[in-house]
Design a binder for this molecule. Structure first.
Ligand code: NAD
Length: 489
């Protein structure tokens, strides 16, 4: 009998599976969405590019102070004349209508989000857009039930809300802001981030399609100067800001002493804690989801991994094995796990902090991966031998970079997890429910996930402690931010 020939190792490659971008009808330039119409702004124009290719997608306007004033005036008129006078059930109908249009146009929204932001289509299609629709559905349901929300028998809206959002989840952050504000009877002026303005403008079209009364939603584009003019506008009743702690601090200073109600959703440096009794394979999936989802551009990312010392070798070797299977590349390819870094500035920051990590003595590792020649890319990266004093253990990197620390006892895990100026989120992985509950109650973080990570739901409040900000978005709590005379939870 002849011996069978040695078999070569069979490797399976994924064929490219690009999502077509033909569903997106991009205009060469966009105006501002004010009073129900797209109008020309008075400020200079700037380009929105695809971070994956550096291709110019469209030109948008940096709204100046006169544009901001026009948007706030439109919102005030709409508040006084229509929106605050509508029966709450009618407001709810508009929100339901918007939610359904989001579902109908979900592919278009997802493709444009991935083009402008660089995130994988798998995420924009399966996470961002469905969650966006879910927020509108959820708050549509609250519109005529505010009297039962636990905030008094007849809670009143605040008026005009100025809303400023970052670039990491443009559509989802828009939904977190606009849906509860409108449900509570407010009108809004929203400014998306300067690197991701396009889907918010598409949302302006959705408002038109839903026949939303003019001025109820206004979208103005621009960078920090536009944002500053908006939050400092004297006729704004409420400021809702999501972004960096530094800018949040400036906004808090400018709002101090005014009547403006303020909520701040800021940065984070979350601990993801793995106990030795955790199911390691599941935990590794949770670690990957915690820090490599959305290229790590996630305020609540599990960027500090705390592993019990007795299982650290096993966890790290499983994690390395798993990272070798992640596909980095074209955001529109349905196989892609990790997309492009959102901007050249963000890439420079990730590189700088990673270089500092190495210089301070941590050990850097990335799986072999071919990065595209054009665009902004950074490979999934793990740092081991990290101490609490290292910058990479303290500063928010906001990229696909994980810092691994170890602990021996539950007390040490809690002390290390809380050793941060932030307090947005945390994760616990353990086989024992009692341990999870005991540890969770000692963590100073707004959200604590148990045996999962980065899971969001419109019914669940989200927000931080300490330098992660104040106020809650989502759930019944999210209504409080938009109602008069209601203290935040
Ligand atoms: P950023 O603070 O630079 O910008 C956020 C927004 O604020 C942008 O729209 C920007 O144009 C605007 N802005 C800038 N300067 C302003 C000023 N002086 N006045 C008013 N508006 C101004 O933050 P970023 O780099 O876009 O986003 C990343 C940050 O956002 C990270 O720190 C991240 O943790 C945080 N974030 C927090 C949450 C949360 O829910 N806590 C969610 C997402 C992102």
């Amino acid at each position: 009998m002849s011996a069978s020939p040695p078999t070569a190792a069979v490797g399976f490659e994924y064929a490219p599976a690009p999502e077509s971008r033909s569903i997106v009808d991009l205009r060469p330039s966009y105006g501002l969405f004010i009073d129900g119409e797209f109008v020309d702004g008075h400020g200079p124009s700037f380009k929105s590019i695809s971070p994956a290719t550096e291709e110019v997608l469209s030109e948008v306007c940096a709204a100046d102070a006169s544009d901001v004033d026009a948007a706030v005036k439109a919102a005030r008129r709409a508040y006084n004349r229509t929106w605050s006078r509508l029966p709450p059930a009618e407001r709810g109908k508009y929100l339901f209508r918007i939610a359904r249009i989001i579902q109908e146009r979900s592919r278009e929204l997802a493709v444009l989000e991935s083009l402008d932001n660089g995130k994988p289509i798998r995420e924009s299609r399966d996470v961002d857009v469905p969650l966006m629709a879910a927020h509108f559905f959820y708050y549509a349901g609250w519109a005529d039930k505010l009297s039962y929300a636990g905030y008094g028998p007849d809670p009143k809206p605040l008026g005009v809300a100025a809303q400023i959002i970052p670039w990491n989840f443009p559509l989802l952050m828009l939904a977190w802001k606009i849906a509860p504000a409108l449900a509570a009877g407010n009108t809004v002026v929203l400014k998306p981030a300067e690197t991701t303005p396009l889907t918010a403008l598409l949302f302006g079209e959705i408002c038109q399609q839903a026949d939303l009364p003019p001025g109820v939603v206004n979208i103005i584009t621009g960078a920090g100067d536009t944002g500053r003019a908006l939050v400092e506008h004297p006729d704004v009743d409420k400021i809702a800001f999501t972004g960096s702690t530094d800018v949040g601090r400036q906004i808090a200073i400018s709002a101090a002493g005014t009547r403006k109600k303020l909520t701040l959703e800021l940065g984070g440096k979350a601990a993801n804690i793995i106990f030795d009794d955790a199911p390691i394979d599941q935990a590794v999936e949770g670690i990957v989801n915690g820090i490599f989802f959305n290229q790590g551009h996630v305020c609540c990312a599990g960027s500090r991994l705390l592993v019990q010392e007795s299982v650290v070798d096993e966890v790290i070797s499983s994690l390395r094995r798993r990272l070798k299977t992640l596909r980095v590349g074209d955001p529109l390819d349905k196989n892609t796990d990790v997309g492009a870094i959102n901007s050249a500035e963000q890439l420079a920051r990730i590189r700088e902090l990673s270089d500092i990590g190495e210089a301070e003595g941590a050990v850097r590792w990335s799986p072999p991966c071919d990065l595209p020649d054009r665009g902004f890319w950074f490979p999934p990266t793990i740092f081991t031998e990290v101490s609490q004093a290292h910058r990479i253990a303290r500063d928010e990197i906001f990229g696909p970079v994980l810092s691994v620390l170890t602990f021996r006892t539950p007390d040490e895990a809690v002390t290390k997890a809380n050793n941060t100026p932030y307090g947005l989120s945390a994760g616990i992985w353990s086989d024992k429910g009692s341990r999870i509950l005991a540890i969770a109650s000692r963590l100073r973080a707004g959200v604590v996930w148990a045996n999962t990570f980065n899971r969001f739901d419109p019914t669940s409040p989200f927000g931080g402690y300490k330098e992660s900000g104040y106020g809650r978005e989502g759930g019944r709590h999210g209504l409080a931010a938009y109602l008069a005379g209601v203290e935040e939870a």
